[in-house]
Design a protein around this ligand. Structure first.
Ligand code: IMP
Ligand code: MG
Length: 177
């Protein structure tokens, strides 16, 4: 079994400050709008949990499960599968898509098109990390935590083949040898 080196990029404290800033921005724009935070699983679950508590305004949460990765892949296939779609209508609602990281942009682009067909009143995107170097589709990110380098990242909900999601910080994964 091959081993990995983990290089820390952001401490749990760095992530907490980014989320506090995002929460201030979103709170300012969505107070009294009862927004729907729409998380894209699985990667978003840690971020979503911290973000909703930092926001501290009335809101609702929904999740969709999308995946562009097969097992043991660090590259997007470029096609998206909907494992679990929306369970409730979002027509007329203020929807914020919550993503852990935007890489090629294909997933967020898909999510935006998927949601637009359901006629929300407004639709914005919040992502904790943005890997700009690998962008293939131009997507708007209205609320962003950090820009990150072109490196495979794990921790804080992000996985490599389901590993490392539990780590509280963000790490760059480097394969040994
Ligand atoms: P995209 O469609 O290429 O933008 O990739 C979006 C999804 O791939 C993200 O929501 C993540 O779940 C996953 N992903 C992208 N980059 C990384 C990474 O560096 N580590 C772990 N997962 C990633
Ligand atoms: Mg994701």
């Amino acid at each position: 079994m091959s081993e990995f080196q983990l290089e820390m990029l952001y401490t749990p404290g760095d992530i907490e400050s980014a989320i506090a800033r995002l929460a201030r921005e979103i709170r300012r724009d969505y107070r009294n709008k009862n927004p729907v935070l729409l998380g894209v699983l699985k990667g978003c679950f840690v971020f979503m949990a911290d973000l909703v508590r930092a926001l501290d305004i009335p809101l609702e949460t929904e999740f969709v499960s999308l995946s562009s990765y097969g097992p043991r892949r660090t590259q997007s296939k470029g096609t998206i599968e909907v494992f679990q779609g929306l369970r409730k209508p979002v027509r007329g609602r203020h929807v914020i898509v919550v993503e852990d990281i935007v890489d090629t942009g294909i997933t967020v682009d898909f999510a935006i098109r998927y949601l637009r067909r359901r006629r929300p009143a407004t639709l914005r995107v919040c992502a904790l990390f943005d890997k700009t170097a690998r962008r293939r589709v131009d997507v708007p990110i209205d609320y962003l935590g950090y820009k990150v380098p072109d490196c495979f990242l794990v921790g804080y909900g992000l996985d490599y083949d389901e590993r490392f999601r539990y780590l509280p910080g963000l790490y760059c994964l480097k394969e040994d040898g």
